[in-house]
Write a protein that binds this ligand. Structure first.
Ligand code: ATP
Ligand code: MG
Length: 327
């Protein structure tokens, strides 16, 4: 339990880094159930939650590096080209000669629920491990972002443990997006999960993940319990309703959602988190950072393709100027 609260490290401390799956997403154009008939599909689109997150950091001008693994194939190339174009350091993205790049086929049901067919564990994304290049990147990083969804990949534990130590040694900070349902937190993973929560200078839960992270059933209690464990600040994602910021001193800021037509919700949480973090690392106050993060999340859902909605400040300012918000 770490009770010495830290600030989110300034940009000058070093780039933001994240580790995890790099995928292509291929999606059905019409809504319905699953993939049990021939369908019209579009893609491949660059994807993978860590890749979306770090691409958005770079789009905002933040230092950004990614630890991951792709295959030596076109699916890997479109990801690497996109990330490089947007300014992400991909020196720690390994290229596998043996495994193909990971993929996710997705189809939306009429009620918005998604059906997936994944190829991750047996793809290049499942081969990720602590390489020399990954160590070198972690050794000069200023902030580590961790996503709960990636922790099931075997090599991630070692990478996160190494990077956490390296970033801390430089006076850097960490953020954690639990991105995990209550039912999935158990056993040994539960321990690592709890340690990551304790260590988070910024916690980015959505909905019930806030309660799951604290292990209680009430929002106020959850926030209090998390700050008692040493968490620095908490930002709660509330989908179309926007988001809320909680400070360790008991203050709270609510930010209403922008009114948008939801075309593709995948990636909103990652764009949101990356924007909040990067604004804070660039010295912005929580309220303003939250506002930009809301804009980034909302704009992302208006674009088809998980990484197609990443945006720089110029694009976000235009979006804010042209979009209504609930008050
Ligand atoms: P993901 O499904 O990518 O894991 P998440 O559950 O982590 O996402 P959400 O709450 O869905 O996160 O979205 C993150 C933020 O993006 C929200 O807090 C909100 O600011 C914005 N957002 C998401 N969906 C919408 C929407 N339909 N309308 C307006 N804003 C949205
Ligand atoms: Mg989520």
């Amino acid at each position: 339990m770490s009770l010495s609260r830290r600030e989110i490290a300034a940009e000058a401390t070093g780039p933001t880094i994240v580790a995890g799956e790099i995928l292509v997403e291929i999606m059905a154009t019409d809504r319905g159930m699953g993939f049990l008939e021939p369908l019209t599909l579009v893609g491949p689109y660059p994807s993978g939650a860590p890749a979306i997150f770090i691409d958005q950091v770079a789009r905002l001008g933040g230092g950004a590096g990614l630890i991951g693994c792709v295959g030596r194939d076109d699916f890997g190339t479109i990801n690497l080209e996109r990330l490089k174009r947007d300014g992400v350091d991909v020196s720690a993205v390994d290229v596998s000669d043996r495994y193909p790049t990971g993929s996710a086929f997705v189809r939306y049901r009429r009620d918005g629920i998604r059906d997936f067919v994944y190829n991750i564990a047996e793809s290049a994304a499942g081969q990720i491990h602590l390489t020399t290049a990954a160590r070198l990147l972690a050794d000069r990083a200023g902030h580590l972002h961790v996503m709960g969804s990636t922790l099931s990949v075997a090599g991630l534990k070692e990478i996160v443990a190494y990077a956490l130590k390296a970033v801390r040694a430089r006076g850097g900070s960490t953020s954690f997006d639990p991105n995990m349902r209550k039912e999935l937190i158990d056993g040994a993973d539960g321990e690592q999960f709890a340690a990551l929560v304790d260590d988070a200078d910024l916690l980015l839960p959505s909905g019930d993940e806030l309660l799951a992270a604290a292990g209680v059933d009430d929002q106020h209690q959850a926030v209090t319990a998390l700050f008692a464990r040493g968490v620095g600040e908490i930002v709660l994602k509330r989908g179309a309703d926007g988001s809320s910021w909680f400070g360790a001193d008991g203050t709270r800021i609510d930010c209403a959602g922008f009114h948008v037509e939801e075309v593709d919700p995948t990636g909103a949480g990652d764009c949101f988190g990356a924007t909040y973090l990067t604004c804070r690392r660039q010295g912005m106050e929580p309220g303003k950072a939250l506002f930009y993060a809301n804009a980034a999340g909302a704009r992302n859902v208006t674009r088809r393709g998980p990484m197609e909605g990443t945006a720089g400040f110029d694009v976000l300012d235009d979006f804010i100027a042209g979009t209504a918000r609930a008050t």
